[in-house]
Unconditional design. Structure first.
Length: 368
């Protein structure tokens, strides 16, 4: 796959996303082309990344002082404790704002390292090298950073754009199938936000995409990145339009929080369940018509999940799930705000629902 460059222009920063193969070995050339340099760098590396990619990055990265921190990336470690540990290395080695933090891992690593970068001396250079499908198509773009706490997911964080994003598709070959399905969740979401044409492409090429076949996987990644670029450039800090990117996520974040961020349910899996919830509720509320509803549900039903909604939860869990949904960042009143779908490319970004209506719907989903 040839190298693709997507330019992001927000009010706070302009930066490039590079997408292609063999990019890690070309990192110094890419950074030089963007006139991005630093004398000190700390690379935070997801423990799950194969050693050949780790060594290739460190070998090809030019800097006077190179430090590394191995991060056991999971939702439970996405917390203030690990932020403190990373920033301690920066302070002990006298990093300043002209030095650099690199996230080399999936969405969790990017969120934590991005938050560290935004809060260390009020902002240090930040490079994101996403290594999962989910992070390459979604979380590495747009500047959202954050950590979890006992009140829920991503409730502490900042908007902090990276200086550059480098997505090397070669790394995706090291992922297990479950992680690929997690990434596909965000690809599907993007197609629903975009158009019937983009959804039809996914539906036709589903097997090739989840098996990382070219050019299908490359096209799917590019389509998702270009859609997010358009939205983020119009609404960097999620005041209005960017809320549509949360389709399925109000449900998803509550499910992850209820399960204590365990590996019973990964983020992408939660998003797939959440999208199905949003689609079904949209249809039941007569917001979504019969034809698009059937097409989307048929597509969702062919995506293999580790566990389904009714295998993860019981009726007694619904009150706690609703409590977590009430803590969602998008709520503007006492009622819960969910994102619904009206048609392909047409999203209802503000639908307020009462606790009782939501509980009734969720319990009905348990019985299916």
């Amino acid at each position: 796959m040839k190298i693709h460059k997507i330019q992001i222009n927000t009010k706070t920063k302009k930066y490039s996303i590079f997408i292609g193969t063999s990019l890690i070995s070309k990192i110094n050339k890419i950074l030089s082309s963007q006139k991005l340099s630093f004398s000190k760098v700390l690379v935070v590396i997801d423990k799950n990344i194969p050693s050949k990619f780790k060594s290739k990055l460190i070998k090809n990265l030019k800097s006077d002082i190179k430090k590394t921190y191995i991060f056991k990336a999971n939702e439970r470690n996405k917390n203030q404790k690990n932020v403190d540990l990373i920033q301690k290395i920066l302070f002990k080695n006298r990093f300043n704002r002209d030095d650099c933090l690199i996230a080399f891992g999936g969405g969790i690593t990017g969120d934590v390292v991005g938050y560290c970068a935004s809060t260390f001396k009020r902002g240090i250079k930040f490079i994101n090298i996403p290594t999962t499908l989910l992070s390459q198509v979604d979380s590495s773009i747009g500047g959202k950073t954050g950590i979890n706490n006992s009140y829920g997911k991503n409730l502490v964080g900042s908007f902090y754009q990276p200086n550059i994003v480098i997505s090397d598709i070669d790394v995706l070959k090291s992922l297990n199938f479950r992680e690929i399905i997690c990434g596909y969740a965000e690809i599907l979401k993007s197609s629903l936000l975009d158009s019937f044409k983009k959804f039809k492409y996914l539906d036709k090429n589903f097997n090739d995409i989840i098996n990382l076949k070219q050019p299908q996987i490359g096209n799917a990644i590019l389509n998702s990145c270009n859609l997010k670029k358009k939205i983020v450039q119009k609404d960097e800090t999620e005041k209005n339009l960017r809320k549509v990117l949360n389709l399925g996520h109000t449900f998803a974040h509550a499910y992850e929080s209820k399960l204590g961020f365990s590996n019973k349910l990964n983020h992408g899996e939660a998003v797939l369940i959440g999208i199905k919830n949003a689609v079904k509720f949209s249809y039941q509320s007569k917001i979504l018509k019969n034809k698009p509803y059937n097409l989307i549900i048929k597509h969702l039903d062919k995506i293999p999940l580790n566990k389904n909604f009714n295998e993860l939860f019981k009726a007694k869990d619904m009150n706690k799930i609703i409590s977590f949904m009430k803590s969602d960042k998008k709520n503007i009143s006492k009622k819960i705000n969910i994102i619904l779908i009206q048609d392909f490319g047409k999203i209802k970004k503000s639908y307020q629902i009462s606790d009782n209506s939501l509980k009734k719907f969720l319990i009905s989903e348990l019985n299916k």
